[in-house]
Design a protein around this ligand. Structure first.
Ligand code: ADP
Ligand code: ASP
Ligand code: MG
Length: 418
């Protein structure tokens, strides 16, 4: 008997018939003798609908109230799923995040989980119940409802698995695992049977929406055995999906594991700034004070003591960042100008094989040049290379790189040679 946490995403919960299917799958595992904690998301489209209602009343709704509104999607899901489980003859009880007491910080709409009280859940499991816990939501110290950011039910699932020391956390979604890239963009994308935790962390942080980044961070920190699988297979399916593994098995390891992409950023350049100590600080500290995260940063070599300074921010914060630069930074440092572009995309190659193989970046740049795609910014780390390109070339860039690095083919011994 194992303790398993299963998370079901919005599409998996998308209709009454889909909810019945989820219940059947849960029942199968229960009948096999396992203890189950099930974390559903809101029904497909529901979170967007709820947030849309708020935005139809105000262009800038209070984040606290957005959380009150958005968290109801998951509350409906837990109730419906629990009723469906009862219909199959199972004992089951539902809990909202605040009933469990999933304690978070007070960063509304992007709260972080601080602790989970497992008393109710353990008690119910020991009484033979399936426990159904709402994803995406928690409560702060003062009793305010919080949500964990888009895709946050993944994090609820993994955090519960960590708190309960579950044997496995299974993330059920509408694809049957983690692919070399989004199969919606590249139909030849190949499913990975395993991906290392480190690579998954990079893929998630660079834009692969299949797992929320914080869920992967949790899995790493607490060594949760994490799998991504499909809820659209036969209920009796023994397909194992993709395992996020902590071992690096060199023999079967491809140099590149996957390609991530992200349309969520915008680029800003401060032009003609004097090249002297303190300039990066003068530009970026007002941005940091406004709680705006900065991703890539480039400072050009200076000519005649002047330089340009560019960086990227989340597209949602682009306007705010531009306003701060125009009104505060530009006059303070006597910059010539501030220009921005919110039609960019970031495309990234990820693979732990990059550590030991030279020439990956140049092959990447060559492939993009071959298609006439201009690279606007570059950033590298030990296991990733990212480029910023014009948004309209994003899909082309992903396809070209997928082909160039032959990601549709399983890695062979031959391909492993340096
Ligand atoms: P859920 O509602 O189940 O949480 P999401 O839409 O959040 O589902 O995540 C699943 C989607 O992630 C897939 O439908 C797929 O389009 C997308 N995706 C992006 N990158 C990848 C990848 N590398 N492998 C698999 N799916 C990916
Ligand atoms: N329902 C939330 C969202 O749409 C959380 C989730 O699906 O993981 O972002
Ligand atoms: Mg998701």
């Amino acid at each position: 008997m194992a303790l398993i946490v299963q998370k079901y995403g919005g599409t998996s919960m998308g209709s009454i018939e889909r909810i019945r299917e989820v219940a059947r799958r849960v029942a199968r595992f229960a009948q096999e003798g396992h203890q189950l904690v099930v974390v559903p998301s809101a029904m497909a489209g529901e979170t967007n609908r709820l947030l849309g209602l708020a935005r139809s009343l105000s262009a800038d709704p209070s984040p606290r109230e957005l959380d009150v509104i958005a968290s109801t999607g998951e509350q409906v899901s837990i109730g419906l799923l629990t009723v469906a489980l009862h219909q199959l003859g199972l004992k089951a009880r539902s809990y909202t995040g605040f009933q469990v007491r999933i304690l978070t910080d007070d960063a509304h709409t992007k709260a972080r989980i601080l602790s989970i009280d497992d008393a109710n859940i353990r008690g119910d499991l020991n009484d033979g119940n399936v426990v159904v816990v709402a994803g995406f939501q928690g409560i702060d110290e003062r009793g305010n409802i919080t949500t964990l950011g888009r895709g946050g039910s993944d994090t609820t699932g993994v955090a519960l698995a960590a708190a309960l020391k579950a044997d496995e956390c299974q993330i059920y979604t509408d694809v049957d695992g983690v692919y070399t890239t989004d199969p919606r963009i590249v139909p030849e994308a190949r499913r990975l049977d395993k991906v290392t935790f480190e690579e998954m962390l990079e893929l998630a942080s660079l834009g692969s929406k299949v797992l929320q980044i914080r869920s992967v961070e949790f899995a790493g920190k607490y060594q949760v055995k994490l799998r991504v699988l499909s809820s659209f297979t036969d209920v009796g399916s023994t397909d194992m999906g993709t395992l996020i593994t902590f071992e690096e098995e060199d023999m079967e390891q491809a140099i590149i594991s996957g390609i991530a992409f992200n349309r969520d950023e915008a680029k800003i350049s401060v032009l003609g700034v004097p090249d002297r100590p303190g300039i990066a600080y003068a530009i970026l500290s007002p941005i940091a004070e406004a709680n705006i995260d900065v991703d890539m940063i480039i400072q050009n070599a200076s000519t005649e003591g002047m330089t340009d300074f560019s960086f990227t921010v989340h597209r949602n914060e682009y306007r705010r960042a531009m306003d701060i630069l125009e009104s505060k930074v530009k006059p303070a440092i006597k910059a010539k100008g501030v220009v921005g572009d919110d039609r960019i995309a970031k495309v990234s190659l990820v693979g732990i094989g990059m550590r030991t193989h030279a020439g990956i970046a140049s092959k990447m740049f060559g492939a993009l040049a071959g298609e006439g795609i201009n690279i606007q910014m570059i950033s590298t780390s030990e296991i990733k290379t990212s480029v910023v390109v014009d948004e309209k070339y994003m899909e082309l860039a992903v396809r070209v790189l997928h082909r160039t690095f032959e990601l549709d083919k399983a890695p062979t011994q031959e391909k492993m040679k340096p």
